[in-house]
Design a protein around this ligand. Structure first.
Ligand SMILES: [Zn+2]
Length: 542
């Protein structure tokens, strides 16, 4: 079997590289996330890219670890929108030392924002080993590497100097008084407003001053409250964990960026080689309604999973190479996306999909561990959305409609259409603008009915007469397209002409006006099923 998708090609490359480095070690792929606030849906690519590659490596029978590094020992930089401004007093503390937002069940800021992401990753079938940087630093796991970085500070400084701006400052700290790659958190105020003013390589005594006025001498070999500067920290972790694959966002891969600098620091300072690190492109979000965002207007993976099934979201990542940008649709485009997905699934079922498409489908629907939950009866998303829309979420009515969709294979319970039904329902309730919601008329539009001409009355009579015997999705489709043909005296299997098309458009517009009081609405067969035959007959005056 030859799979030519990008995941397979990276897996080949990573396995070969891992063998070259050390064939006896498990293969390590890595991601990093900062729980500094709600984790943006755009950042999911940081995890999905290595996940898909690690999963392919596991499918091939190799031992592979996907590390997810939680950058929870980073400083709290700013108070996000929607949080009590008094949290500003915590700026400069490690994220794990900042209290969680009011009302949270979690012990600190970092855990509060990790939890929903971890839940989303579990739903997505992403298997990983979480690594808390707070836990690593405060347990002393990195002490040897920290001492090493300090003793090699001139060498590190020389690398950083190549990229520093004229002002003599790079974004990892000041250099005027000598460069130190380690910054302590103050033992008095817990913040990182500290400046290292001296270091003794022999005793590892480090002197720092804090903006709060505190100053102190600590023994670095025993110090646990501090961390390496990011551009040193990252290559240190590559070496410590033996990372072979870690992609990064486009902002990390420009000249002088952390990936480039880290690649020059790792060998001479920590020993080892940088990972294979493709750049991944931006993931956009289209049409996210503000109200559905879980917090602070930031769309999160949980928001996406509330309106689409996990395999569909996985598919968006699997089918695009990491360097291709794409958009996750929260607007009407989600219906087209689901149509594409259903069409692909049908091709896969009949073995007519291309190898690359089939591979992407396989990566979306299962992992090395097993299949992800799917919907037993995948009714088209747009149909489910229309049903939810028209029934305003009434489940008894919804069940009656889905039963009628295909009388030859009736759906016995709404559960057969879940979880897709629940996603479509969430989409209608949170994303469909109020002005696009459908309101079925309670009473006929008598004024409009009285103004109709003979042909229009006849078309409504033909429709009413055919409802009962055509009461299914395909039956009603044939009926609504067929009524204008019969009025024009054309056979049922006629090729559409401009005249027929115009007649059909006019007929549909008339029906929408009579049924929902607008020019358009959900597809008519779905709408008719949703409204029910008796109410349809009442509203069209027959
Ligand atoms: Zn202080």
């Amino acid at each position: 079997m030859s799979e030519s998708d990008w995941v397979s090609r990276f897996a080949d490359e990573v396995i070969a590289e891992a063998r070259r480095r050390d064939p006896d070690r498990p293969i390590v792929c890595a991601s990093g996330l900062s729980p500094s606030g709600p984790i943006h849906l755009g950042n999911l690519r940081e995890v999905m890219t290595p996940h898909l590659v690690a999963d392919e490596i596991r499918r091939r029978g190799h031992d592979c670890v996907h590390l997810l590094s939680w950058d929870d020992f980073d400083r709290f930089r700013k108070v996000p929108a929607g949080i009590d401004p008094s949290w500003a007093e915590h700026i400069g503390k490690p994220l794990t030392s900042v209290p969680a937002p009011a009302g949270s069940e979690h012990p600190n800021w970092a855990e509060h924002f990790k939890a929903p992401m971890a839940a989303a990753l579990a739903e997505l079938g992403v298997e990983y080993r979480p690594v808390s940087q707070t836990q690593m630093y405060t347990s002393g796991a990195y002490t040897r590497q920290v001492l090493r970085a300090m003793s090699e500070r001139e060498r590190i400084d020389a690398v950083l100097r190549r990229y520093r701006t004229k002002e003599g400052v790079d974004d990892d700290g000041s250099v005027a008084a000598g460069y130190y790659p380690y910054r302590p958190y103050c033992s008095q105020c817990e913040r990182d407003l500290t400046t290292v003013t001296g270091y003794d390589d022999e005793t590892t005594e480090l002197v720092y001053e804090c903006g709060c006025g505190h100053s102190e001498t600590v023994v670095l070999a025993e110090h646990r409250q501090g961390k390496l500067a990011w551009k040193v920290d990252w290559p240190m972790r590559w070496a410590y964990e033996g990372v072979v694959f870690e992609p990064s966002g486009v902002d990390h891969t420009s000249p002088g960026s952390s990936f480039v600098v880290g690649g020059q620091i790792i060998g001479p300072v920590f020993g080892g080689e940088p990972p294979i690190g493709p750049m991944y492109a931006f993931v956009g979000i289209s049409g996210m309604a503000k109200m559905s965002s879980s917090r602070g207007g930031v769309p999160t993976p949980a928001d996406a999973l509330s309106i689409m099934e996990a395999p569909l979201l996985r598919w968006l990542y699997a089918r695009r190479r990491p360097n291709q940008a794409f958009t996750i649709a929260f607007d009407l485009q989600i219906q087209r996306l689901y149509d594409e997905w259903d069409a692909l699934s049908a091709k896969v079922d009949t073995s007519t999909a291309t190898a690359a498409d089939a591979a992407a489908h396989g990566r979306a629907t299962r992992t090395a561990r097993g299949a992800l939950p799917t919907t037993a009866r995948p009714v088209p998303y747009r149909t489910l959305a229309s049903i939810v829309d028209v029934t305003a979420g009434d489940e008894d009515q919804a069940l009656r409609i889905v039963r009628d969709l295909d009388p030859s294979r009736p759906i016995g319970s709404l559960d057969e259409t879940r979880p897709r039904l629940d996603r479509a329902r969430a989409w209608v309730l949170t994303q469909l603008p109020a002005e696009q919601r459908t309101r079925v008329r309670d009473e006929p539009d008598t004024g409009l009915l009285a103004s109709l001409g003979d042909d229009e009355r006849e078309s409504l009579r033909l429709l009413a007469a055919g409802l009962d015997e055509n009461w299914s999705l395909p039956g009603l489709t044939t009926l609504v397209y067929g009524v204008p043909k019969r009025l024009l005296g054309l056979p049922e299997d006629v090729k559409p002409t401009p005249e027929l098309r115009a007649a059909q458009r006019a007929f549909f517009a008339l029906l929408y006006h009579l049924l929902v009081g607008r020019d358009t609405g959900p597809r008519l067969p779905t709408l008719l099923l949703a409204i029910g035959a008796d109410q349809v007959r009442k509203l069209i005056g027959t």
